[in-house]
Design a protein around this ligand. Structure first.
Ligand code: CA
Length: 227
């Protein structure tokens, strides 16, 4: 599935059998997967960019609760899906309280895990530490830097605003009116095809020279960023 191709998942689970089972399921669905077998290993890796963390509660060296709390304390907002063998409501509430986004009780079917993951990723588009990614295009909402395939792209403030709006709504068609309302204030009375003009400029900077185009026209409706 193309939609998952750029989502990177960290699986923190000490039981190799379960870890492999999850990994296989994720790879089959097109995710890229990294694994950690101890809490320490997980905390080392979490500085890398992941779109989602699957976190087992019972690890040999650390408690999943502690790991999750540490992640949140270091201001990492990556969604965390907790795996718990204990079917206790208390654990679930505790997990959600310290910043986990969802939990799943073992044993579980891989289909159930995949649909939970999908829901979590939908809830938070691939925004990690202020950086939105769509394919090889990244936009940093804090530094206002845009890169495609590692090459920096200079955008005007308007172009940035329109691109950010499209990327946050990856896969969703935005009409010209929506884009206009987003990027210009209500007093703006521009020429009627102003959005098209800006999209053309954006495309020139972002898509020119690339086989895979990021900005797509949806005929008669508007524009979207792939997805
Ligand atoms: Ca375990």
């Amino acid at each position: 599935m193309v939609e998952n191709r750029y989502s990177k998942v960290l699986v923190v689970e000490d039981e190799r059998k379960i870890s492999n089972f999850i990994k296989r399921g994720l790879l089959d669905s097109g995710y890229s997967v990294d694994t950690a077998f101890t809490g320490e290993e997980a905390l080392d890796k979490i500085h890398d960019e992941y779109n989602l963390i699957i976190l087992d509660l019972m690890l040999p060296d650390m408690d999943g609760f502690d790991i999750c709390a540490k992640i949140r304390r270091s201001k990492i907002q990556t969604p965390v899906l907790m795996l718990t063998a204990r079917n206790s409501t208390e654990d679930k509430i505790k997990g959600l309280d310290i910043g986990a986004d969802d939990y799943l009780t073992k044993p579980f079917a891989i289909g159930e895990l995949l649909s939970r993951i999908k829901a979590l990723l939908r809830r938070s588009p691939s925004i990690i530490d202020g950086i939105i990614s769509v394919g090889d295009l990244t936009l940093n909402t804090k530094t206002y830097e845009v890169f495609r395939n590692g090459v920096q792209i200079e955008l005007s403030q308007k172009e940035f605003s329109i691109l950010e709006y499209l990327m946050v709504n990856e896969g969703v068609v935005l009409t010209r009116t929506m884009i206009e309302d987003h990027a210009w204030d209500y007093e703006f009375e521009g020429f009627s095809n102003v959005v098209d003009v800006y999209i053309r400029m954006l495309r020139k900077k972002i898509d020119d020279g690339y086989k895979e185009k990021i900005i797509k026209t949806v005929r008669g409706v508007g524009y979207k960023v792939k997805g």
